[in-house]
Design a protein around this ligand. Structure first.
Ligand code: FE2
Ligand code: FE2
Length: 262
């Protein structure tokens, strides 16, 4: 990583949320039902962000064992700090919307699929693909839409913070997949995993609690149908072309996606 990149990583780790518009009057003007919906959403996200931090720690340990670029490990360490920060931010947002403190989310634990018949470098590549290239790329597209639909100053500011970090998290996966630590024969093997990888991620997104219940678009929660469209659009327009770009054969995945989602 360059000196400038390192400095920006350090800045990221040191930032504070005091500059965000917490007093946003649009929050106070919101009806009780919508306010609870948004508060519950942030409370759920506070826990989810901790689970992502735990998953990134586990990915980092595996990549340290099997090898990757030092810059990727550095980005991963910064990303763990990001997700912990996101959790604290989400907790504060839940408190602001609900008007009362929430229970602290439980420390994140995560059980990545054991994949016993897969050798360690391939397993690490599959985790990087699933957690970062697929999941965080979907998150980036989805958050961009949440940001675009937000009008409340607080929702816009918070979505902007999340969005700028998720782009970095997605880059970790793509950077590892395109690095020399992933050989051409591994890329051929990854092609065979792409359909289950995409299916699992799409199902998780579409079934997540964020997609249940109505939207409050001006506060960053678009309607469920719109959110589904964003997730599918991300897979169609970013994730599948991304794997193609890094040299993974996407023909079976593209066929599966067309069959399932048109
Ligand atoms: Fe996050
Ligand atoms: Fe993330």
């Amino acid at each position: 990583m360059t000196d400038a990149g390192h400095a920006s990583t350090l800045r990221r780790l040191r930032r504070s949320d005091e500059s965000l518009p917490w007093e946003d009057e649009e929050v106070d003007r919101l009806g009780e039902g919508a306010r609870r919906r948004v508060g519950d959403y942030w409370q759920g996200r506070a826990g989810a962000e901790l689970r992502v931090a735990a998953a990134f720690s586990s990915l980092g340990a595996k990549l340290r064992q099997t090898g990757t670029e030092p810059a990727i490990l550095e980005l991963l360490d910064a990303s763990i700090a990001n997700e912990l920060y996101h959790s604290a931010l989400c907790e504060r947002l839940a408190t602001r919307y609900l008007g009362a403190p929430i229970a602290r989310p439980e420390a994140g634990t995560v059980h990545l699929p054991p994949l016993p018949d897969v050798d360690p470098p391939m397993r690490a590549a599959l985790y990087a693909a699933g957690l970062c290239a697929v999941n965080e790329s979907i998150a980036t597209v989805w958050l961009e839409h949440c940001f675009a639909r937000s009008t409340s100053p607080l929702a816009r500011a918070v979505n902007q913070v999340h969005l700028s970090d998720e782009i970095v998290h997605a880059r970790i996966g793509w950077a590892h997949l395109v690095s020399s630590w992933v050989t051409n024969s591994m890329r051929r093997e990854i092609a065979g995993w792409l359909v289950p990888l995409l299916r699992t991620n799409v199902e998780q997104w579409i079934r997540s609690s964020t997609f249940q219940g109505g939207g409050v678009p001006e506060h960053g929660i678009p309607d469920p149908a719109e959110q589904r469209e964003q997730v599918l659009g991300a897979v169609r327009n970013v994730v599948i072309p991304g794997f193609d770009y890094v040299g993974v054969d996407v023909s079976a995945a593209a066929k599966w996606f067309r069959r399932e989602f048109g």
